[in-house]
Write a protein of this length. Sequence first.
Length: 185
Amino acid sequence: MTIIAGLGNIGNEYDGTRHNVGFDIADRLADKLSISFEKARGPYLAARGAFKGKPLVIIKPNTYMNRSGSAITKAIVEFKSSLENVLVCYDDLNLPPGKIRFRPDGSAGGHNGIQDIIERTGTRTFSRLRFGIGNDFPRGRQVDYVLGPFATDEMPDIEAGLEKSVEGILCFVRQGLVQTMNQFN
């Protein structure tokens, strides 16, 4: 079973923030597949469905970002999957707003959610969809920036990136990571 994990922080105060773009991707994908999120046995909401005959589940951890690893590891067990079948979608300061990159591995790059997944799984090798949020903030103001909303002038790029993310994820489900990287990076 393919698991698509969109990372974010729970709570209305985080809706629409840069740090929650992983949730935005998950919601957009669920809408595209006409499936809904429900409470699951683990610390996440889950939307089960299929694409082109391939079963998948989209999860949104209901832990805070820095505890995302527990949701991922529990989802792998609940849905009888493996880390090789997981795609983690998250915000990335090192990419311009709306730009996406699929990757097979890498460091956490300062992202606490990714760091927790690495620590809990014991590996840096898992598929990722990095979604650019830019880094236009004054020194020392990173937290305010990532927990703030996108600027109005960024929204066309963000919307285009969200649509491209959904297309890329569906390619990942259908054809795997290598083909997805070739097509979308």
